[in-house]
Each structure stands twice: as C-alpha cells, then as structure tokens.
Design a protein around this ligand. Structure first.
Ligand SMILES: Nc1ncnc2c1ncn2[C@@H]1O[C@H](COP(=O)(O)OP(=O)(O)O)[C@@H](O)[C@H]1O
Ligand SMILES: [Mg+2]
Length: 440
C-alpha cells in the first residue's frame, strides 16, 4: 500500500481525552476514532489489526473443534424472557422498539439465542458434543466507558457455546476452550494467566478469567513468578479428555487469583512467593450446566428415549479489547511495537527522497517485488521530511523498516531496522529483499 493513497490520520500531539498509553497510541496512529461515548470507528490501519486477531482466534477455535456461525446483533426481548434475564440484566442492556412497538435489544451476549437455535435444530443425544462460536459486535451500556477500546460500549467479542449430554463431557469441552485460549493468546504474543473467577450474571460454578499483566489494567492480580515468560503454543490432542485435563491442571497449578473478595496471599501454598500487579481481562470462560437449557426447555432424547437436559458453557474473548492489551504490553516511547503475528503490515518502506532518481527507482522496485512476494508493505512514497516519515513508522510499529536514502542508493544499499530491537543493518537490495521475504 502506498502511503500517498492511504488513510492514516496520525496525530503529533497526545490527545487530551486519552488516559492510558494504548488509547493514546491508537488515536495517534490513526487506528480508531470515537464517534460517541464508548463507540468507535475503525480506520484502515486499526481494522487490519482487528482482522489479524480475529483470524488467529478463528484458527485456534477450529483446532479445538469449535464451529463458526454468525448470529445477529439484534435480539427479541421475548427470547430473554424465556431465561428470565430480560429484567435481571439491568441498565447495561440497550433496549429498542421497532415500528410495530415490538421490544428488541442489542445483544450484550448470546446464551439465549444460541440455546434456542440449537434446541430447535438438533434431534438426538448423538448430535453431542458441540461447540459453536461467532465473532460479533456486542453492546453494553457501561456506566463508565473508558480507556478507548479497552472498555467500550460497542465492542467486538468472540463468544463460543458448548453443548453436552453430561457433566464430564461438558468439562471436556470446557478444557478444549481453556487450551484453545492459552494457544490463542500465546500466538498473539501475550502471556494470559488463567485465574479462577466469579461467574457473575452468567451463572454457574466453574469459571476462569484470562488476564494479561499490565500496569494500566483494571484488575488486581496475584500470580506466580513463572508466569512472566511469554506463552508457548501447546500441541494438544483435543479429543483426549485425559491429556487436556492434565494440561489444564498444569496451568491452574501455578496460577494466582484476581478476586478482591479472597485473600490470594493467604491462599498461596506455604513458601510460595506471589507477585502482585494489575491485569487486563482478555477472556472469560464459564461452565454453567443447565442454567439456560432448563428454563428454555432444551433436552434431547437419550439412548433410552428419556429427555436429557443439556449441559452448557460459554466462552468469551474481547477481540477489540485485545488491541489495547497488546499495545499496553508492547510499546516504547516512540510508539507501538506490533508482534509479527498481528502487525497491520510486515514492512514499512521509507523513500527519504522522492526527488532523487536513484532513490525513487530502488524504492519502487523493492515495493513491487515485496508485494509480488506476498510481503505486506506500507510504502511511504510521500513528499515529506525524513524526520516525519521516521516518526510515523515508529509510531505505527511495523516489525521492519527499510530506509532508502540518496547516499546508500548511489551504492546500491538500503538500511534495514528492526522496530522491536532497534537494530539497524546496511544491506544490498537483494539481501534486504531476501531477509524480509524469509524472515532471516
Ligand atoms: N465493555 C467492554 N469493552 C471491551 N471488551 C469487553 C467489554 N466487556 C467485556 N469485554 C470483553 O469480553 C470478554 C467477555 O465478557 P464477559 O466476561 O462476559 O464480561 P464481564 O467481564 O463484563 O463480565 C471479557 O473477558 C472482555 O475481554
Ligand atoms: Mg468477565
């Protein structure tokens, strides 16, 4: 993409209404703009990162056997009356009336809708186990929307729902999602610690929050020091309940708690030292058994023909919040440092002198070759000062920068900078191309 044709409204000054670094950087880097309190428009650069994150989540859901579908944002009030949550949900729910005065709501979550959908379309216990998910915008009329996409009113969530015929099978599906979450966050370059959690209005008795450590997080966190290394992708057999349970046990064994109502320091094992920090909740999983299937009459005939009440769980990831969490975890004084896996472009190509024939020819050629090789490149071909170009590239945080200046161009070399390490090297055009294409 040529920057001269792009829409990248970067801001030099720190916006006055932003309090935390991720919010400031997302505004300054031209990724989002607020359109109403807690509601954001996603500009092209921000949207690319959002899509990258979505796709990683999709791949890990598929690996765990979770099937994608898409439910609407608008739901009927009557559906929520079936579970009894319509009145219980309170003012966080945005209630709407259509032209016939029928009561609708903008979905804050989808337990009721998926329960009705699956109830009405499956016939037998043999159709279990199941996990479905969708990635859809949610609306919660938060009292205090703040910190940009971190606590919005409209936000993008991946929510999955599991269906099983007994509790053991339900726990197996819960463990599938647990491991899928560890893997998703590891691929996003995050260390997310699973912590036992309150189930809140969703209900049930088994629940974990996945928390990313960050000084600007909203939760208090106590954790074991071995959680500070970045997560690794776990190769797991998702169909083997024993293997999955042991992975889950391994990760719960060294977790620490987040709950204000408990005293994690006292609960820690004798001799165990806990670290204290703040954290961001990026995911939350629940196993709640028959909490929705019972009132909504979702049973399936078992082997003997008798109805079996269906065991359910639900599993959320705050996809739009993840952008904030990743930036909180990965930035410096000059801007964002995107992990490779979610970077909006792989390479930022800077032509320092558009009026120099050599520079122009080398930059154009390299840009075309990179694009042809499938290396996502943002090409700063604008007639701007070098300083401004460097500052913009650092701010938007692409993993690699290639700088083409008149002196190097005359000798056929370019400068390659790694955004994370700051390390610079002078390379021939061929060497630079190969390194960017293959990663080494
Ligand atoms: N207002 C919000 N803005 C952005 N993301 C949110 C918001 N509320 C929840 N999320 C994300 O969605 C995930 C699932 O939400 P859930 O646990 O149901 O909500 P809550 O934590 O408010 O009980 C959370 O872990 C979080 O990552
Ligand atoms: Mg939660």
């Amino acid at each position: 993409m040529r920057l001269s044709r792009y829409f990248l409204p970067v801001m030099k000054e720190t916006p006055a209404d932003a309090q935390i670094i991720s919010h400031k950087l997302m505004l300054r880097a031209g990724m989002i703009r607020q359109t109403a309190a807690g509601i954001y428009a996603w500009l092209p650069l921000g949207l690319r990162v959002l899509r990258r994150i979505e796709n990683i989540i999709r791949e890990e859901q598929a690996r765990a056997g979770s099937l994608e579908l898409l439910m609407p944002t608008l739901q009927t009030a009557d559906l929520w009356r079936e579970s009894g949550r319509y009145d219980a949900y309170g003012p966080e729910m945005l209630r709407i009336k259509d032209r016939h005065n029928r009561e609708l709501l903008y979905g804050p979550t989808n337990e009721e809708m998926i329960t009705a959908l699956i109830r009405d379309n499956l016939q037998s216990y043999r159709d279990m186990p199941r996990i479905f998910y969708h990635i859809q915008w949610k609306f919660r009329d938060e009292v205090r929307p703040r910190f940009g996409v971190m606590r919005g009113r409209e936000f993008l969530m991946k929510d999955a729902y599991s269906f099983d015929i007994d509790e053991a099978a339900g726990r197996h599906n819960y463990n599938r999602m647990f491991v899928a979450y560890l893997n998703s966050f590891a691929r996003l370059g995050l260390r997310a610690i699973p912590m036992q959690a309150d189930t809140g209005p969703i209900g049930g008795d088994l629940s974990h929050e996945f928390i990313v450590l960050a000084p600007n997080g909203e939760s208090d966190v106590f954790y074991h020091s071995n959680w500070e290394q970045p997560g690794r992708h776990i190769e797991a057999d998702f169909d083997d309940p024993k293997a999955l349970q042991s992975i889950v046990n391994d990760h719960i064994a060294d977790y620490a708690a987040t709950d204000e109502k408990r005293d994690p320091l006292r609960e820690a094992q004798a001799g165990e030292k806990l670290c204290q920090s703040r954290g961001i909740e990026v995911g939350h999983i629940f196993f709640f058994g028959t909490k929705y299937s019972k009132p909504m009459g979702f049973t399936l005939p078992g082997p003997d023909g008798k109805p079996i009440p269906i065991q359910m769980g639900s599993y959320g990831i705050g996809i739009s919040r993840l952008l904030g969490a990743i930036i909180e975890a990965s930035h410096d004084d000059n801007g964002i440092i995107w992990p490779e896996a979610v970077a909006p472009y792989h390479v930022g190509l800077i032509n320092l002198r558009v009026d120099d024939e050599n520079c122009q020819a080398i930059a154009d050629t390299l840009y075309k070759r990179l694009e042809a090789a499938g290396v996502d490149t943002l090409y700063d071909d604008r007639n701007e000062r070098g300083g401004a170009k460097f500052a913009t590239m650092d701010l938007i945080g692409l993993p690699w920068q290639v700088v083409i200046g008149p002196k190097g161009a005359a000798k056929g070399v370019v400068e390659l900078k790694n955004r994370a390490s700051g390390k610079k090297q002078t390379l021939t055009i061929e060497e630079a191309f190969n390194l960017l294409k293959t990663g080494h």
